[in-house]
Design a protein around this ligand. Structure first.
Ligand code: B12
Ligand code: SF4
Length: 502
């Protein structure tokens, strides 16, 4: 639903896998099924005749499509080596293998750019793939996944991606994506960023980042870091390098309110360099909600951060998580609050994801096990309101919010930008303005629940009394040394996260 309206981003993870496989000496092609069709996929397969095919399973909602494509690829090309990797599948490797019933040879968990070359080489040499770190097959499992040696040594194969003009976010059209740092040192209950990377945090060198930015043709840049500029010195050093080289781009980034307030000078400097959009994960508008999501940022600090971002002249977007327990009154309060502020508000539905703490406590209560509904726009936990009314309220809230930013009133303000982009052949932004009602519609959302699922998650066991965090990780935690931050920043993280234990 998101990629039909607000943004469509280049598949950076897939490009990194392609880059790593190519560096290991293999011939690679990639296709992005966000912008191309299954027909295009079959045509490519037919012409390329690959020995191996892999899919990026970063999102739960895409799993049924991936399993179907693997089954059909297996049927058409029985000898081909088929594997899947990415964020979500790393947490549920065995479930996905079981669904594919032999059509997927293995899941490669964790950072695939660290191990994909070794996997392909081992397979080509007829070796045992379960010796490769991160490999899981139906019957065996390799050693735990490993990290790339350095973020400076990996480069995405941007040149292999067709249709680069299709990627955009808001008025950054076209936009490319870039990674300054990997991982997150915090530990929010609803998030799997920290469990995937074992609470590590690694950075790329400013000169390498600047080289990459210089090589990117797109004027818009989406910085994919979960929390941008955790470490002020790193943010400043990248900025200095960009300034020294005279690189001019427009940037979008996501960060935490407390990081923004702690590192004000970094964000001020980046505004000068071209930062235009900032996304702040507020998650809730009252103290009770914040406590539930285990973010130790007070409401006042959140509001202060919004004020500061606005004072820089940035376009601010915030995220609010709708609790399935919300009633009509609660939705109305949220609507009123959102209307009073000038910022873009994004509402997502609280969804337990494998690899998160709330998964361990909530998964037993799921009302559906259909992977396709796990896109945070559907309610997968019991709602207090009847489901139909929940969606009516949700969409009504989103509609009210979007009227602030889409439709005629907004286009008046953005007409100049839309025309300039259209003249350059970039119409993603212009098209987005009109599409909201055809995609966000309570009847369609409800109808999605009535579809018969082709593939379901396995039933979940009773919730344990206490969450065992060790079972959540994809990459095992390696403690303080796995975080490239100074001691003051480490202390700040410790004070603002919830649990003291690793
Ligand atoms: C950009 C982004 C998006 C883009 C997608 C862009 C794209 N085309 O890939 C959009 C906006 C569409 C998006 C949507 C959503 N996202 Co998002 N997204 C991100 C973000 C910020 C960056 C992704 C990225 O490029 N990372 C950098 C690359 C290098 O990492 P990567 O993609 O994970 O790839 C590595 C590994 O996963 C693996 N890998 C990846 N592909 C493959 C393939 C193979 C074969 C192998 C072996 C390995 C492999 O190796 C790669 C290199 O190490 C991440 C956070 C993050 N920093 O990763 C969240 C994140 C992945 N998203 C998340 C969420 C929750 C969502 C949404 C549900 C909600 C939302 N609004 O964010 C939706 C769901 C969409 C859906 N279809 O269901 C969560 C986790 C999702 C989950 N557990 O399923 C994350 C971790 C954010 C968070 N902190 O919670 N997202
Ligand atoms: S700060 Fe919390 S929500 Fe954001 S990426 Fe880190 S753990 Fe996830």
């Amino acid at each position: 639903m998101y990629t039909k309206i607000f943004l469509r981003l280049e598949p950076l993870g897939l490009e990194l896998i392609a880059g790593a496989a190519r560096d290991a000496g293999h011939t690679v092609q990639i296709i992005d099924l966000q912008v191309e069709t299954h027909q295009d996929y079959w045509r490519m397969i037919q012409e390329f005749r690959p020995h191996a095919v892999c899919f990026s399973g970063s999102y739960l909602a895409n799993i049924p499509e991936i399993v179907d494509l693997c089954r059909e690829t297996r049927a058409r090309m029985p000898g081909v080596f088929l594997f899947v990797g990415g964020h979500s599948v790393s947490f549920i490797a065995r479930d996905v293998l079981a669904l594919a019933d032999g059509a997927i040879d293995c899941v490669l968990r964790g950072e695939g750019d660290a191990t994909v070359g070794q996997l392909l080489d081992t397979r080509q040499a007829g070796g045992d793939i379960t010796t490769v770190p991160g490999v899981v097959t139906l019957t065996a499992e390799g050693p735990p996944p490993t990290f790339v040696k350095s973020l400076d040594m990996i480069r995405p194969a941007r040149d292999l991606l067709r249709h680069r003009g299709k990627y955009f976010i808001g008025t950054l059209d076209p936009a490319a994506s870039i990674e300054f740092a990997r991982g997150c040192p915090w530990d929010c209950t609803f998030c799997s960023a920290w469990t995937f990377y074992g609470r590590s945090y690694r950075t790329a060198s400013p000169t390498v980042i600047a080289d990459e930015l210089e090589a990117i043709r797109e004027p818009g840049i989406f910085i994919v870091d979960d929390v941008a500029f955790v470490h002020a010195e790193h943010g400043m050093a990248i900025g200095e390098e960009i300034k020294r080289r005279g690189i001019r781009k427009e940037y979008y980034l996501e960060t935490r309110a407390d990081v923004l307030l702690r590192n004000k000078e970094v964000f001020r400097f980046w505004k000068e360099l071209g930062l235009s959009y900032i996304f702040i994960g507020m998650e809730a508008v009252d103290e009770e909600g914040l406590k539930q999501f285990r973010k130790r940022v007070s409401l006042d600090r959140n509001f202060e951060a919004l004020e500061f971002a606005r004072s820089l002249g940035l376009i601010v977007a915030i995220n609010i998580i709708a609790d399935p327990a919300w009633d009509r009154k609660r939705f109305e309060v949220i609507r009123q609050w959102c209307l009073e502020i000038p910022d873009i508000v994004n509402i997502s539905v609280m969804t337990p994801y494998p690899g998160t703490e709330i998964w361990q406590s909530e998964a037993r209560r799921l009302t559906t096990r259909d992977y396709r509904l796990f896109d945070i726009q559907h309610a997968v936990l019991p709602t207090t309101l009847p489901l139909e009314e929940f969606y009516e309220e949700l969409v009504k809230t989103q509609q009210v919010l979007n009227q602030k930013h889409l439709g005629w009133s907004a286009i008046k303000d953005t007409m100049g930008i839309a025309l300039r982009l259209a003249l350059h052949g970039q119409t993603n932004f212009l098209r987005m303005i009109w599409k909201f009602n055809s995609v966000f519609n309570p009847k369609l959302q409800l109808a999605d629940h009535r579809r018969t699922p082709r593939y379901e998650m396995p039933p979940q066991p009773e919730a344990a009394e206490k969450v065992d965090r060790r079972t959540l990780y994809v990459h095992n935690p390696a403690g303080r040394r796995s975080r490239t931050i100074d001691d003051a920043t480490e202390k700040f993280v410790e004070e603002t996260r919830m649990t003291a234990a690793e």
